[in-house]
Design a protein around this ligand. Sequence first.
Ligand code: FMN
Length: 373
Amino acid sequence: MKTRCTQMLGIELPIFAFSHCRDVVAEVSRAGGMGVLGVAGFDAEQLDKELAWIDAHVDGKPYGVDLLIPNTYAAVGSQKLDLDTLLPAAQRDFVARLCDEAGMPKLPQDEAETLLREDARHINMTPEEGHALIERALQHPGVKLVVNALGTPPKAKVAELHARGIKVGSLVGKAEHARAQIEAGVDLLVAQGMEAGGHTGQITSMVLWPQIVDLAAPVPVLAAGGIGRGRQMAAALALGADGIWCGSIWLGTRESELDPLLKQRLFAATSDEAVQTRALTGKPCRALKSRYTEAWEQPGAPRTLPMPLQSLVGTEARLRARRAGAAEWLSWPVGQIVGDLKHETSVREVVRDMIGEFLDSVEKLNMLVNDDA
Ligand SMILES: Cc1cc2nc3c(=O)[nH]c(=O)nc-3n(C[C@H](O)[C@H](O)[C@H](O)COP(=O)(O)O)c2cc1C
């Protein structure tokens, strides 16, 4: 297939895969699409390791990295590891009480502190941390695309990346955000509708995609949010997108390293169980409904904290629930297509089925306008 995005990046299929798992990234790029590694949870050293692994398994195909550099976040800075100061008692106690009442065994005190600090170390969301990660990533020659979410990259940074032969993309959820990104000089936009997994706005894909396509032209747009099959891909391209950007569909593949407990919960979930909640990160994020996300909605629950503190305050619950095997307390970002994930697949199967169904639907549409039909 040929679109402006495939030509810009030298790939064969306009299928972009966001994933935190290196196996998914490498496999999608090898299949002719473009894998993009979400690096928000890695420190620089870990990132090097992951990218070296991808370099060794991607058969020389291009891939990308995705960062979360929010425009607004709590100024955590160098006190990042001073958790007693950072995390208010009301929210910390609330989480501990939830776990106690659910009968999840406490973590040993010294272990809990170490694990919490370990978690804190992996949260890299300030512009400085983000730029340091980009520098590390660019030491890997296979990285051809840098994508940013939750903010607008500075114009000078975009120009610098261009000078180094790297394309730059940005996620947007509404028209006003797209204008700022185009002004900053990005090469492509990812228009992400509200049905998507992860941080989302309020506008559905059906409405958002053509709005952004028209506004961004001639900058190409990838459609994101609610795409897991070929008919949805055909709809995205019919609405003017130059390709698709998927996240949730890869969670159900065997290449995804998602906790098996969570994978099973995803396979059992219906679409309305992918709820928008601030409980996980402090910003509206579509994720699997769980007893934890529900608890933060109850009257009397404390206010959620700003990013990245809300993620940190949830660490204790995540760790205790995993150890206790309390699956109903676990949550993970996922979009409304969760209702279509029924069993484990593979990246190759997803790509093959997606293209097969896409071709079928294009043929059916062609028949509608064929004079001889
Ligand atoms: C588990 C998960 C984590 C995500 N984390 C990020 C992230 O760190 N950065 C980002 O740009 N997008 C993130 N997203 C959003 C994806 O990039 C993508 O836009 C979205 O998944 C598309 O909608 P879909 O889930 O319906 O496929 C995440 C999505 C999921 C499912």
